[in-house]
Design a protein around this ligand. Sequence first.
Ligand SMILES: [Zn+2]
Length: 251
Amino acid sequence: MRKLQSAHGGNDPGAVYKGRREKDDNFALAMEVGRILSENGVDVLYTRTTDDYISPFERARLANEAKVDFFISFHRNSSPEVNQYNGVEVLVYDKNGIKYEMAQNIVGALGELGFREIGVQARPGLVVLRKTKMPALLIETGFLNSDKDNQLYDEKNAEIAQAIAGAILGTLDQQQGEEPLYYRVQTGAFRKRENADRMLYLLQEKGYPAYILQDGELYKVQVGAFLQLDNAIRMEQKLREDGYCTLIVTK
Ligand SMILES: [Zn+2]
């Protein structure tokens, strides 16, 4: 179980720049990351699903009471002067344990999208990091008063949510010693190897990255192995246009 919190809300807008309010960015991102995590089987709780103000103490108390496994707080940064700084950082109570790993993975994933990587910082004084009893992270997804960060934030909005959710899921898989989860597009499952071979041959002839996976008595013909579900869906659409009956699987 994981808890997501979009910081500020209600009468507390957080940072404000050119009519842009931090609380709105935080809320939309937290909901989208939560949606992706839920789709991947994570039980997600939100500290707020409406535009109401909840104090950091209350958020920490809610998380402790619900006994969640992780606490993740969404913020956007702000510098004293406009366009003074840019980049992403993740704050943790101290640089230990899985929260530190997860924080580093999130910074790295956002860095891949083009954000400057400020890195992971220990901030033991922050209420939501100090008062929570579970691993807790506070993500500063770029500076709200940086035009450069805002441009990236808006252009890559969907990718940002994917990157954060992917880093969270990847860290959990690592912790459990599991291989990362890949989405594969299955076009057929046959008892006779020669039928699978025939489908494989036709797919490969059309340039698809197809292969056969033997699973018990079945020969499964699959195409691709994608970390991002979106990419598997795109491949599935292409295959369907080519007349294949498809199924997205994870094994
Ligand atoms: Zn904030």
